[in-house]
Design a protein around this ligand. Structure first.
Ligand code: SAH
Length: 257
């Protein structure tokens, strides 16, 4: 196919949502990583207010609800994800701890200085790392934390093919020291950062997609858009296996001064 460089953003949103709603996570991550990131957050209590922005179907939110005190509001643009978020919460009897609402990360439904923690796994790229950190800060209480995972370069230089791919997909991709500097400039103390292990991409993200892709392609046999979407995902997974030494997801944790 000739669509190798087509950005996922150009595909039909309904199709994307349907595809991603069939898998546990909509981005790289794992329960272990969520718990590790949580370990850097101080001072949470049963009264804490937490926002999980770009929560998707809530894989990581359920882990947080089971491991952190306080109440979590999940925000996502897409109703189908929020429906699943609330259904899954109900099944685990977590509806008193986590509630999903439809909303956009560029227009959050919170009062200023209302939140103790802003969480966002694999989603801040939708608004941009710097813009998100700057705009979301006002919703945090002084001493509150932000914890976001973001695609980052591991090295100063990298092969042209992968450089071109990510420059096209997400030009804000940058090295870890540059991301930490942006976090600090946005008014947070850089508390911690760590690279997500490889199994967050394989075991928890790309591997479950193999089966989901077969089912999806069977359902949409002959549908060019659906076929291109899957081709695009497969291409991204192939690039990851080839160039994973050069990039990955990094968790960045900051504390509002
Ligand atoms: N945090 C989840 C989902 C990550 S995928 C996980 O790690 O599994 C990115 C998510 O951001 C998707 O669910 C997508 O619907 C959501 N999203 C995209 N643009 C958004 C916006 N403007 N506001 C809120 N959510 C958005």
């Amino acid at each position: 196919m000739s669509n190798e460089n087509k950005s996922i953003h150009e595909f039909d949103f309904n199709l994307i949502c349907e595809y991603f709603s069939t898998i546990e996570r909509q981005g790289p991550g794992s329960p272990e990583v969520t718990i590790r990131a949580l370990s850097f957050i101080e001072n949470l209590s049963d009264e804490s207010h937490i926002a999980d922005i770009g929560c998707g179907t809530g894989g990581q939110t359920r882990v947080m609800a089971q491991h952190a005190p306080g109440h979590i509001t999940g925000i996502d643009l897409f109703p189908i994800f929020i429906d699943l978020f609330n259904i899954h919460a109900g099944k685990l009897n977590l509806q008193a701890k986590m509630k999903g609402v439809i909303g956009s990360m560029d227009n959050l439904p919170f009062q200023e200085e209302a939140l103790d923690l802003i969480w966002s796994e694999g989603a801040i790229y939708n608004i941009g790392f710097e813009r998100g950190l700057n705009e979301w800060r006002k919703f945090l209480k002084a001493g509150g934390h932000v914890a976001v995972s973001e695609i980052s370069w591991f090295t100063e230089k990298r092969p042209a093919e992968i450089d071109a791919f990510w420059q096209e997909e997400y030009p804000e991709i940058d090295t870890i020291p540059n991301k930490v500097a942006q976090l600090q400039k946005a008014g947070y103390i850089p508390v911690a950062n760590f690279i997500l292990p490889e199994n967050c991409w394989t075991e928890h993200y790309y591997d479950p997609q193999v089966k989901a892709q077969e089912v999806f392609l069977r359902k949409y046999k002959g549908d060019k858009t659906a076929e291109e979407l899957i081709e695009n995902q497969r291409h991204e997974a192939l690039l990851y296996s080839r160039y994973k030494a050069y990039y990955g997801y990094v968790f960045y944790i900051g504390k509002k001064i």
